[in-house]
Ligand binder design. Structure first.
Ligand code: ZN
Ligand code: ZN
Length: 406
């Protein structure tokens, strides 16, 4: 203890406010503010000088702690229009000031210190908790106040709002996400017919902007649990997705109303259900998930064929690994790699003439069209190869995502 008294004695050679005195011993005890701790330390030193009459005269902070109320007030005003329950404060402190503080620690030999920035964050946080009736959250704050104490400036960092749902898509001409023209980046050019997009609409366009409007945000992002081809319908229980809205002013929105509105606007094209608030972790999990998928695929063979051959398809593909070289149709934008996927289940639903309908359940990431026609031998084995007649895919639908019965 005498050590600490010596440090305090040396420190008090300078004019110090109780905050800055107490912070020299911040880690000695819990449950006290630095202000209180400073007062106790000062009291325990015989003949210690009183705190400077004006905090401005404090050698370390120069009166910064007098600004806590004012800065908190600025933060309250900056967040006026935003709905949130939790927040965190991050302050920016004049570098000259923090350097002086660190030099001072060395000068007096203090080792149980806390930085001025850390105390400012906490003190402003305490005032804000009281003023706003909201809670400081270190892990997942909905709003972060970035407070620049040098210029009395407050910037808000608002956490995005994540909304989960499942979509069905009944169109064969609809991409999942907004597809901005590569040539003009959205400005409009001959390549995109002046629209700035390769497709006017997408599942994202039918959903994201509506969620965004209700949340009063600035931008929407769409995260799907994988994606289907533009010309494939998405049926069954639908595909899980998360809409991310940046800088939302509202976080409690009427998702039933949102859902009704989406289904109204999207009638016959896109339908959503199960909408609820999600979070970032769930969004990531959805993006990275690798559930098996079940497809219904209508195939046309180029010549008559022995229908019995389709039973061979079933026996030689079910439960077997297949090797797929990156398909020709996507080779221009993806690396040419081999992937191995398993056909978990394959059934022939119907055969009429040259047309067959198959139901196939495969690992996530299987190229179904290529599994049918073989992609010039790049997928092995393949349905056309086994039947011995080339074929093309007429229609493809995703009918389930996840294990059967899930
Ligand atoms: Zn001070
Ligand atoms: Zn363009």
């Amino acid at each position: 203890m005498s050590d600490r008294l010596e440090i305090a004695g040396r420190a008090l050679q300078r004019p110090l406010c109780n905050h800055c005195l107490g912070r020299l011993f911040a880690s000695v005890s819990r449950g006290l503010s630095n202000d209180q701790r400073g007062a106790i330390v000062r009291f325990s030193i015989p003949g210690a000088p009183s705190p400077p009459a004006s905090v401005d005269e404090c050698y370390i902070c120069g009166g910064l702690f007098d600004e806590v109320q004012k800065l908190a007030e600025l933060a309250v005003r900056a967040s006026d229009e935003f709905e949130f329950k939790t927040f965190l404060v991050g302050t920016k402190i004049d570098a000259e000031l923090t350097e002086r503080e660190e030099a001072f620690w060395t000068e007096v030999g203090a080792k149980e210190t806390e930085s001025i920035k850390s105390e400012m964050n906490r003190e402003i946080g305490k005032v804000l908790e009281a003023k706003l009736g909201k809670t400081v959250d270190f892990a997942n704050p909905e709003v972060v106040f970035l407070i620049d104490t040098r210029f009395d400036r407050v910037v808000l960092d608002v956490a995005p709002l994540f909304v989960y749902g499942r979509y069905r898509k009944f169109s064969r001409e609809l991409p999942q996400t907004r597809w901005i023209c590569r040539e003009c980046r959205g400005k409009g050019c001959p390549h995109c017919g002046g629209k700035g997009r390769m497709y006017e609409m997408s599942v994202q366009d039918y959903t994201g902007p509506i969620v965004m409007r209700h949340a009063e945000g600035t931008e929407d992002f769409f995260h799907g649990m994988g994606r289907e081809d533009i010309d494939a319908r998405m049926l069954g229980n639908g595909r899980p997705f998360v809409v991310e809205v940046r800088k939302p002013m509202r976080r409690t929105i009427d998702l039933e109303a949102v859902q009704r509105e989406i289904n109204d606007v999207g009638k016959g094209v896109v339908e959503v259900e199960g909408m609820r608030v999600a979070n970032r972790a769930e969004m990531r999990a959805i993006k990275e998930s690798t559930h098996p998928k079940t497809y219904r695929v209508r195939v046309l063979f180029q010549a008559d064929f022995d229908h019995g051959k389709l039973n061979e398809v079933v026996t030689s593909l079910a439960g077997k690994p297949i090797s797929q070289q990156t398909p020709n149709r996507v080779a221009h934008r993806r690396a040419d790699l081999e992937r191995v996927r398993t056909v978990r289940r394959i059934e022939v639903e119907s055969v009429i003439g040259r047309e067959a309908v198959l139901v196939v359940e495969t690992d996530s990431g299987t190229y179904i069209k290529e599994l049918m026609h073989g992609d010039e031998g790049r997928t092995q084995p393949n349905v056309a190869g086994i039947v011995g007649v080339p074929c093309e895919v007429l229609e493809l639908d995703v009918i389930a995502i996840g294990d059967k019965g899930e």
